[in-house]
Design a protein around this ligand. Structure first.
Ligand code: COA
Length: 247
């Protein structure tokens, strides 16, 4: 298969406007995909490489000698070109709160409800509005899976203790439209690779009972049957699991 490549020549945005940078990068990727490009290259400033990585780019070792010192060669395989995926994963933006909230509610109602009691589901959904997610977006690392402008679901990493080698998957939810299509697998890979880059060695999750076999597939082991406390104080059965990323 021949791979058509494109290159981002310049992307410069005011440092106070990270969502503008994301919007522009997103637009460039869509434009590249529309033109049949399967691979997008860029040379990132060292200080921006982490941000670029979080948006799905990986180190392009083959081009290392071709870029000037101080720049990091990176590339991304574009969703929908070279693969048959109509969706892609990207960092969440403040304007995603509505879509994240809707996917979260749909996921709980459709995919978790068969495994929990009605009163659990009611307590779980209580107070879930887009506004709830805005402060959480700033607190954790959020990624969304998007298809045709619609948010299929999200994955969240708590990396506050990454320097001590500790990280936690804080949420991983897909709407019925998104589930069962390999999006969860891609999101887990993204969360784990970001965790590794940040220095996390022990990745925890306090997962839903229905998702425990999914996490087990990825090498998470159960530590305890426990609970997750909702904002209204209801204890939802959950499964505490852990995975050693450096094993
Ligand atoms: C659990 C969840 C995140 C999985 O995401 P997904 O996009 O449906 O998963 P994928 O389609 O990528 O599946 C990847 C693999 O895991 C398997 N899998 C998916 N969900 C599973 C489950 N609940 N139990 C066991 N295996 C599961 C798939 O069969 C697939 O295996 P394969 O590669 O051998 O075919 C998703 O179903 C979901 O949102 N569930 C409801 C919300 C929830 O409980 N989230 C966990 C919160 S901590």
């Amino acid at each position: 298969m021949s791979v058509l490549s494109g290159r981002v020549i310049t992307l410069a945005v005011d440092r106070g406007e990270p969502s503008a940078a994301l919007a522009i990068l997103d637009w460039l990727e869509r434009a590249a995909g529309d033109r049949g490009l399967a691979d997008l290259h860029l040379s990132a400033d060292t200080s921006e490489a982490e941000w670029i990585r979080q948006n799905g780019y990986s180190l392009d070792e083959a081009r290392r000698s071709a870029v000037p010192p101080g720049l990091v060669p990176m590339h991304k395989t574009l969703a929908g070109s070279g693969t048959d995926r109509p969706w892609h994963i990207r960092s969440a933006r403040p304007e995603d709160c509505g879509g994240i909230c809707a996917a979260h509610i749909e996921s709980i109602k459709a995919l978790c409800a068969p495994h929990y009691r009605p009163e659990h589901i009611e307590a779980w959904l209580e107070g879930k509005t887009p506004a709830l997610y805005a402060p959480l977006l700033a607190k954790y690392r959020w990624f969304v899976a998007e298809e045709s402008g619609r948010i299929l679901g999200f994955g969240t990493l708590d990396a506050a203790d990454a320097a001590a080698g500790q990280g936690e998957i804080h949420g991983l939810y897909f709407s019925p439209r998104g589930a069962g299509r390999g999006v969860g697998l891609a999101m887990m890979r993204r969360l784990e690779s970001i965790a590794i880059e940040l220095g996390v060695r022990t990745l925890k999750v306090n997962g839903t009972t229905n998702a425990a076999p999914f996490y087990a597939k990825f090498g998470f082991v159960t530590i305890a049957r426990t609970t997750h406390r909702t904002r209204s104080g209801v204890e939802l059965p959950s499964v505490a699991m852990v995975k050693q990323l450096d094993a």
